[in-house]
Design a protein around this ligand. Sequence first.
Ligand SMILES: C[S@@+](CC[C@H](N)C(=O)[O-])C[C@H]1O[C@@H](n2cnc3c(N)ncnc32)[C@H](O)[C@@H]1O
Length: 193
Amino acid sequence: MNWVDGFSVANWVIVFQSFLIASLLLILWIYLPMFWGAPWIPIGLRTADRMLRMADVQPGQTVIDLGAGDGRMVILAARKYKARAKGVEIDPLRVLAANLSIGILGLRGKAYVRWENLHMFDFTGADVVTLFLMQGTNQTLKDRLEKTLRPGAKVVSHLFSMSGWTPVALDDRRGIFVYEIGNTTGEIETKFY
Ligand SMILES: C[S@@+](CC[C@H](N)C(=O)[O-])C[C@H]1O[C@@H](n2cnc3c(N)ncnc32)[C@H](O)[C@@H]1O
């Protein structure tokens, strides 16, 4: 008799229930943050790189990722662009994973992700703010970004625009919108396809 035959119906029911519960928890883990700002959909690394390049991030500048997920944008900004990179993330497990990766990659002191609600986070002093959230969340951030950031600071959003602002640069193919504080009503200066 093999182990499959030895498994009673009751055991199979337990396995099936555990699988259902695990799947449900996984779905909740991904989609629950939607109610605070956006679900967890990790950005493609090429798109993240393109966003930082389009924002013209310079060494020593402060880059803040609002809704940092597993910290990939923060890590890229610190590692490749030598920026001081910060992130804010509402999910504690993702914060843990992000800061573990930051530690393993030797970026402690140059990058970190804080466990906090982005709606409470103080992004004063940022040179570049990156967003991969949702349209409604972007809208609620517009006022605060405009009041808090210095003129010339960049706001770069993936997939969702800041409706009412004109981007200074746009990548239609990847869905990247670059905005400049103090210059949100002019013309689109650069278009990428
Ligand atoms: C679409 S993912 C983007 C993750 C990351 N920026 C990237 O590019 O890979 C959005 C992230 O925002 C986080 N989030 C949603 N609402 C938030 C809030 N109110 N405060 C902080 N983080 C939030 C989610 O948990 C999720 O990890």
